[in-house]
Design a protein. Structure first.
Length: 446
């Protein structure tokens, strides 16, 4: 079991910091070599295998990484913060602390808060609360439609001006074809991406994946077709409009085939998935285990394998946590009426590294889906160890074995189906703009 205890946070930049004896991992440049990195204020000043051959800078704080992995900080492009509106489940500060424990230096909030992020005031509120927390970087999406009602588009231009990094209706699909067409066309003006929840609402009224398990449990099912029907419609609209389109939480082989075809055709299409969709399948529901209820639902084993294959061949661009905190009153209910979603910030890295440890994907490829991939899609700084890039860094022990213990999470909510799940890979330090916001002064300390 790994503890997620937080050290006192430094509120000021430490100046120059030299990270020595590190395994440098940079998916952007393809770097995987032993070396060192120098941060100077908020930026990376120098990096490489021969850095400090002539001696360490006298004014630098020195961190001996003792062979641990040093990568760009993780960027999580799918997080529900619950603030404003449901602070008993999560706050920006508690989510930021959880993210820091998970090596995440930037996270992007879904807009399904209360009120929703369909105007500038809510965007500014989130930005202010993130500045007050002074932990990880917090970005936010604007809604595609006002009030998530699926009819009237929001002011994309104004929301973009005030910091929205993309547009989505969160857990609600944009079902109206004309609305989606207009959104894809309108977003082109501002260079923005439309992010779709891939479920046809008319087919998604069930509680879990449609199939033998649902039938045995007597639960209404959600067919895999609900996902591919929505995505194939949208891909037609992307071809029609030339817009940028991203599919969130892809779970089925048919959907992945449609996305492969669209990419080969040159459409501006990307997609992500979450760890539960390549580590678990519908059998994890067990006997009505509501902590395994997610949206879209956990699929059958063949679809789970298809997600693994799509991660390996590059069809899936990003792994996001899909962090969805819920309190006990929302989850410990009959399965059919329990809220969908699991917490994922503190388990994102180790669960993703299982792909590498199990021989499914290369280490740099796995990290690219957590760093450079989301940075490129959303136009964020970070995701690289290049000179001049932000000093947003994650130091981790690639091979450290431990078992996930949701009770130790910094998140206010503990709704995870991964209790006692064995993993390898533990975060030792999380650095944002040169400040160590999680970890020990001695990188070798466990």
């Amino acid at each position: 079991m790994m503890s997620s205890s937080m050290n006192p946070i430094s509120r000021k930049n430490p100046g120059r910091v030299a990270y020595i004896n590190a395994r440098l991992l940079d998916p952007t440049s393809g770097t995987d070599e032993t070396g060192a990195l120098l941060s100077d204020g908020t930026r990376i000043a120098d990096v490489g295998p021969r850095l400090f051959n002539d001696g360490l800078p006298e004014d630098a704080q020195v961190v001996d990484c003792a062979g641990l992995c040093l990568s760009p900080g993780l960027i999580d492009m799918r997080v529900q913060l619950r603030e404003p509106g449901a602070e008993h489940k999560e706050t920006i500060e508690s989510a930021s602390r959880a993210a820091a424990c998970g090596g995440i230096t930037s996270m992007v909030a879904l807009p399904n808060t209360e009120p929703v992020i369909d105007d500038v005031a809510v965007l500014e509120f989130i930005a202010r609360r993130a500045r007050e927390a002074k932990l990880v970087k917090v970005y936010a999406y604007g809604t595609v439609t006002r009030g998530l009602k699926g009819r009237e588009l929001t002011e994309f231009g104004l929301l973009t001006e005030f910091g929205a990094v993309g547009f989505t209706d969160g857990l609600t699909a944009v079902a109206d074809s004309q609305v989606m067409r207009r959104a894809l066309s309108y977003s082109r003006t501002f260079g923005q991406v439309i992010i779709q929840h891939p479920e046809d609402p008319a087919l998604s009224g069930g509680a879990m994946n449609e199939g033998e398990v649902a039938t045995r449990l007597g639960l209404a099912g959600i067919p895999a077709a609900a996902e591919v029907i929505m995505v194939e419609r949208d891909l037609r609209l992307v071809a029609l409009t030339g817009g940028r389109y991203h599919v969130a939480n892809v779970t089925t082989a048919e959907t992945l085939d449609a996305i492969r075809k669209a990419k080969r055709a040159g459409l501006a299409v990307t997609c992500d998935t979450a760890p539960q969709y390549f580590t678990l399948n519908e059998n994890s529901v067990g006997d009505y285990r509501s902590f395994a209820k997610v949206s879209p639902p956990l699929r059958g084993e063949e679809d789970r394998k298809a997600v693994e294959e799509a991660l390996a061949d590059g069809t899936i661009d990003v792994i996001a946590s899909d962090h969805s905190p819920h309190d006990q009153d929302s989850k410990r209910l009959p399965f059919a009426i329990a809220e969908p979603g699991i917490v994922g910030l503190e388990s994102l890295l180790p669960l993703s590294l299982q792909l590498y440890h199990n021989g499914k994907i290369g280490l740099l490829d796995a990290l690219s889906k957590l760093t450079s991939g989301p940075a490129a899609i959303l136009g964020l700084s970070g995701g690289s160890l290049a000179v001049g890039a932000p000093a947003d860094l994650t130091l981790f022990d690639l091979d450290k074995p431990w078992q996930i213990d949701p009770d130790s999470f910094q998140s206010k909510s503990k709704n995870s189906p991964f209790t006692d799940y064995p993993v390898q890979g533990a975060v030792k330090r999380c650095i944002v703009d040169g400040r160590c916001i999680f970890g020990t002064d001695d990188a070798r300390e466990s």
